[in-house]
Structures are given as C-alpha cells and as structure tokens.
Design a protein around this ligand. Sequence first.
Ligand code: SAM
Length: 175
Amino acid sequence: MGLYSKLVLPYLTDFAMRDKAATARRSELVPGADGVVLEIGIGSGLNLPFYSSAVTHLYAVDPSPELLAMTRKKVERMTFPVELRCESAERLSLDGRSVDTIVMTWALCTIPNPARALREMRRVLIWNRVTGGCNLNRKIDDLLTSSGFNIVDLRTNYLPGPRPLTYTYEGCAVH
Ligand SMILES: C[S@@+](CC[C@H](N)C(=O)[O-])C[C@H]1O[C@@H](n2cnc3c(N)ncnc32)[C@H](O)[C@@H]1O
C-alpha cells in the first residue's frame, strides 16, 4: 500500500462521499435493510445513521484499515451489534446463507473483481436483497443478472454533478 492509499485516499473518499445528493439516496435506500445485514465496502461508515431498528446485526467489510478506523468511531452510537471486518468482498469470511440483506453503495465500481464479489454475496445471502450503488463504466444490472441475481426494481439516473461521474443505479435484486 502506497502513502497515497493510506494518507490521502481515505480522506478524499470520505469527503467525496458526503455529497448531499448521495446522502439523500442513502436515506432512501438504507432503511430498507433488515435482519442480519452485510454492508459491502462500508468506507467511512456514512450509511450507519440510516439503518433502522429492524437491523439485528451488522457485518461490514472493507479492505481499507484507514476507512474502517473512521467507521469504528461511529459504531458506538449504534443500537445493534456492528462487526467490522477488514476483508475484500471477493473473499468473505461469513458462512453461507448467514445474512438477510446486503447493502452496497458506490462500491461495485471499485471492487477489482465484481463478478467474484457478487458470487460471494449470493453465497452468504439467505434470500433477501441487495441494494446497489453507482458505477462509472460498468453495467451494474448486467453484472447482477449474470451472477444469478434477479433484479426486481431498477432505477437509473444522474445525480447532480459532472455527467461522466454521476450515473447511478438504484434498486433491489433478489437471490
Ligand atoms: C467510493 S467508496 C464508497 C464507500 C461507501 N460504500 C459509501 O457509500 O460511502 C468505495 C469503497 O469500496 C471499498 N472497496 C474497494 N475494494 C473493495 C473490495 N475488494 N471489497 C470490498 N470493498 C472494497 C473501498 O475501500 C471504499 O470504501
């Protein structure tokens, strides 16, 4: 890991992801999660304030120790147990069929091997749903369907900001 990844990128990510329009989308999507939840690529924990009391346990993974440290500071305010795991979505340590809901916002665009990560998500999911994030050049809907998910709700739109950066997929896919 270079100095940029350790000292600059985490703060840049946290700053960029605090965007007002993104926060509005978080407030619409994240309250839909229930039961045992897995958040993929939690970053600096910006979804945490939007989880409802329907969540019984949250597992959150991210390969960046620096971003997880930012999330850790927010965890003590949560009313349900939160377990942070420093790992990649392509290789989850969770047992098969152990989570009800997967939340993923603006992470599938970053994960190096999205197909492998989606296979892992299918493995650990009981039956519930995945909420999707944005991507710059990947067809998120195609990735989901070719990995065996069935998309039941999909909305695509541009968030405010430069067009090449703001095309967003939102929705639900079931196992
Ligand atoms: C653009 S940030 C989004 C962060 C957060 N989901 C949010 O909505 O604010 C992308 C995140 O994906 C994480 N990430 C990168 N590679 C990953 C992987 N292989 N598995 C899981 N997360 C990964 C990054 O560390 C970063 O936290």
